[in-house]
Design a protein around this ligand. Structure first.
Ligand code: FES
Length: 112
């Protein structure tokens, strides 16, 4: 059962959720109101970029669209697009931090 932790601006704003079956990260974020901003949801804008602080092995490798945009953005290999990433089913922990331009405000506005 993957446990996903979304880093907030301060530790008390972190959000920890269970994702029993894995699945598309965007769906998990939507269902659980995770503090990750989205715009296009189609690997075009980069708004949803997250840094994987822990547990990258629990995410399926980036698809071609995601890999191309991350490369164009100059993001490191530790970054993923939350609108494209897929979480594997099974035990583990994934720790993510939103980096998108709206991420700070989104994180401040939730989970307090
Ligand atoms: S929301 Fe635009 S790239 Fe993910």
């Amino acid at each position: 059962m993957p446990t996903l932790r979304f880093a907030g601006l301060r530790p008390e704003l972190d959000r920890i959720v269970e994702a029993p079956a894995g699945g598309q990260l965007v769906d998990i974020c939507d269902a659980l109101q995770a503090p990750v901003p989205f715009s296009c949801r189609a690997a075009s804008c980069g708004t949803c970029v997250v840094r994987v602080l822990e547990g990258a092995e629990h995410l399926v490798r980036p698809n071609d669209d995601e890999a191309v945009l991350l490369a164009l953005m100059g993001q490191s290999e530790s970054c993923r697009l939350a609108c494209q990433a897929e979480v594997r089913a099974g035990p583990g922990r994934v720790h993510l931090q939103a980096l998108g331009s709206e991420g700070g405000r989104a994180r401040e506005g939730r989970g307090a």
